[in-house]
Design a protein around this ligand. Structure first.
Ligand code: THU
Length: 154
């Protein structure tokens, strides 16, 4: 019998949730919607989507919104994985063939959660067309990170 990779199963669930969240993006300026979904250590899923602002520089990324929601629920330390999907907003839906990987600021914000939780975070990234899926470790996306560990938090 073929072995099932549970990380891939989790990734598929997270990417579904991320895609649903992307449907709620407030992105009238870039017309680029991103959804993110976090898996917590008890199986709970917390989502976020990008939220832009008429003062462009104040825009919030989907990953940051999701991490802040986890923190608001008292779960910052419990994040084990994240799924991210994004693409251009078209009348027919989201469009794009490249996986969306977290921006630099989001990598740092995810690192805060990872180090506070004492674990690495698995990062599942998918293209809007669903044809490309990548699985990374946060520590590979942001190597040699500065974080709470450097300030003696753990
Ligand atoms: N965006 C995210 O939400 N996450 C990323 O990882 C990359 C970019 C958002 C920010 C902005 O609203 C839009 O995508 C275009 O940059």
């Amino acid at each position: 019998m073929a072995e099932v990779d549970l990380s891939d199963v989790a990734g598929a669930i997270l990417l579904d949730a991320a895609r649903e969240a992307a449907g709620n993006a407030h992105a009238p300026y870039s017309r680029f919607a991103v959804g993110a979904a976090l898996l917590l250590d008890d199986g709970a899923v917390i989502s976020g989507t990008n939220m832009e602002n008429a003062s462009y520089g104040l825009s919030l990324c989907a990953e940051t919104v999701a991490v802040a929601a986890a923190n608001a629920a008292g779960r910052l330390r419990d994040i084990v994985a994240i799924g991210i999907v994004g693409g251009r907003i078209r009348p027919t839906g989201l469009d794009g063939s490249d996986p969306v990987r977290p921006c630099g600021r989001c990598r740092q914000i995810l690192t805060e959660a990872a180090q506070m939780g004492g674990r690495d975070i698995v990062v599942h990234c998918a293209s809007a067309d669903g044809m490309r899926i990548e699985r990374h470790l946060l520590s590979e996306l942001l190597p040699h990170a500065f974080g709470p560990d450097d300030l003696g938090m753990n």
